[in-house]
Design a protein around this ligand. Structure first.
Ligand code: AMP
Ligand code: ZN
Length: 140
C-alpha cells in the first residue's frame, strides 16, 4: 500500500504511485510498482519504481535493496515473455539523462541488433587510464 503521505509534491512518479495520475501498471507490491514508459524506446519498455520517493539509487535505504531487487527480477521474468534480451538501467543525474528525480529502473526489451543508444564509436580503454580509474574506484 502507498505510504500515508501523498509523496513528493510535483513528482510525477509519486502521483502514479498514489494513483493521482494514470499509468499502465504491470506489477505492484508493498514497496515497488512497475509501469510502461510513456515514451518507450522499444515495445514493452518498463519502469520499476520504489513507492518511497528518493531521487537516486544511492538514497534508497539499504534495508530496502533486497525487496527492490526482488521486484526488478520479478518484472524481468515478465519481460522474458516479450524478449529474452533487454537492458536494465538507471540514469542517475542530468548528464546521464535523468529527467524524473524519483528513482526508477528502466527495463528496455531488445528485438534486433539495432542499438537505440549507440551515439558515438567506442575506443579501447587505455591501460594508464584503466590503472588510474582502478586506484580511484577500487578504494573502499
Ligand atoms: P529518466 O530519463 O531516466 O529520468 O527516465 C524518465 C522516464 O520516465 C522517461 O523514459 C519518460 O518517458 C518516462 N515518463 C515520464 N513521465 C511518465 C509518465 N507519466 N508515465 C510513464 N512514463 C513516464
Ligand atoms: Zn516521487
Amino acid at each position: 500500500m502507498p505510504p500515508p503521505s501523498g509523496g513528493e509534491p510535483g513528482c510525477i512518479f509519486c502521483a502514479i504511485v498514489h494513483q493521482r495520475e494514470p499509468a499502465h501498471v504491470v506489477y505492484e507490491d508493498d514497496e515497488a510498482i512497475a509501469f510502461l514508459d510513456l515514451y518507450p524506446h522499444t515495445r514493452g519498455h518498463l519502469l520499476v519504481v520504489p513507492r518511497r520517493h528518493v531521487d537516486r539509487l544511492t538514497d534508497l535505504p539499504e534495508a530496502e535493496y533486497a525487496e527492490f531487487l526482488r521486484a526488478i527480477s520479478n518484472v524481468c521474468r515478465r519481460v522474458d515473455r516479450l524478449s529474452r534480451h533487454y537492458h536494465v538501467s538507471v540514469n542517475q543525474g542530468t548528464l546521464a539523462g535523468q529527467v524524473v528525480f524519483h528513482l526508477h529502473v528502466h527495463i528496455i526489451p531488445r528485438y534486433s541488433e539495432e542499438n537505440p543508444f549507440a551515439v558515438h564509436p567506442r575506443v579501447r580503454l587505455d591501460d594508464t587510464e584503466g590503472r588510474a580509474l582502478v586506484s580511484l574506484l577500487g578504494a573502499p
